[in-house]
Write a new protein. Structure first.
Length: 231
C-alpha cells in the first residue's frame, strides 16, 4: 500500500456514504520530556476518526504532528487501519502508515487487536518499518481501566528495533475527565535506548489532553516516534 492506496480508500468511502457511518473520533495533545534534561522533549498534536462499513468492517484514519525539540525538527505521520469487528467492543485490525522526519519518509505496517468498553480499554500491535534499506520491528501493548468520579489509570509498553536504534518505552498513565468531556492526562515512565545517547533507563514525564467524540476510536494513533518521549 502507498499514498495512492490511501487516497483511493478515502475516495471509496466518500463515494458510499450510505455504507459508512462515523462511530467516533479523538483529538489529542501532549508534551513529554526527560526529567534529567527537559530540553529533550516532544510536543505532539493529532487526531483519529473511525467509521464502520456495514456491521462487520470498519476503517480508522490517523493524522499526527510532533515537534522534536531535542533535534529541532518536525515529524508528521498518516496511517490507515482496516478493522474486522469480532464483537461491537472487539476488533482485529491491520494498519499501514507513513512517517516523515527531516525530509525522509519511513513506511510501517502491521496487525493489531483491541477491545474498548465503558470499563476498560486494551490493545496490542506488532509491525514492521521498511524503507530504502531501513528495516526493523515495532510492537506495543497498552491498557486503561476506568475508575469512579471520572478517573482512569493504565499502562503502556512500546518497543522499536530498527537498524541503529533499539528503544523500549514503559509508562504508567492516569487521566481525569472533566464534565465537558475533556480528559487531562499524565504519564510517568522510563525509556531504555543506548543508541539515543541515554545512560541506560532514563525517566520521563508526559502531560496532555484528549477529547473523544462518541466512543473515541478503537485503536491509538500509530507512529514510529511514539516510542520516544523526546529526541
Amino acid at each position: 500500500m502507498n499514498r495512492l492506496s490511501l487516497l483511493a480508500l478515502g475516495a471509496a468511502l466518500a463515494a458510499s456514504p450510505a455504507a459508512a457511518q462515523m462511530t467516533g473520533a479523538t483529538l489529542d495533545f501532549g508534551h513529554s520530556f526527560f526529567t534529567e534534561d527537559a530540553d529533550v522533549a516532544k510536543t505532539s498534536l493529532g487526531g483519529s476518526a473511525e467509521m464502520s462499513i456495514g456491521t462487520n468492517f470498519g476503517v480508522q484514519g490517523d493524522l499526527g504532528y510532533s515537534r522534536l525539540h531535542g533535534i529541532k525538527d518536525d515529524a508528521t505521520s498518516v496511517a490507515v487501519h482496516g478493522l474486522l469487528y469480532v464483537t461491537p467492543e472487539t476488533a482485529l485490525g491491520a494498519f499501514y502508515g507513513i512517517e516523515e522526519l527531516a525530509g525522509d519518509g519511513v513506511n510501517f505496517y502491521g496487525f493489531e487487536v483491541g477491545q474498548k468498553s465503558d470499563f476498560f480499554d486494551v490493545e496490542a500491535y506488532v509491525g514492521r518499518a521498511d524503507d530504502s534499506g531501513l528495516t526493523g520491528s515495532m510492537m506495543g501493548l497498552e491498557g486503561r481501566v476506568s475508575l469512579a468520579s471520572g478517573f482512569g489509570v493504565g499502562a503502556k509498553v512500546n518497543h522499536l528495533d530498527v537498524e541503529g536504534l533499539d528503544t523500549t518505552r514503559i509508562g504508567l498513565t492516569g487521566d481525569y475527565t472533566l464534565p465537558n468531556g475533556l480528559a487531562l492526562t499524565a504519564e510517568l515512565g522510563t525509556v531504555n535506548a543506548d543508541d539515543l545517547g541515554l545512560d541506560g533507563s532514563e525517566p520521563y514525564i508526559g502531560l496532555g489532553a484528549r477529547f473523544d467524540f462518541g466512543r473515541g476510536t478503537m485503536f491509538s494513533r500509530r507512529t514510529l516516534t511514539a516510542v520516544a518521549p523526546g529526541l
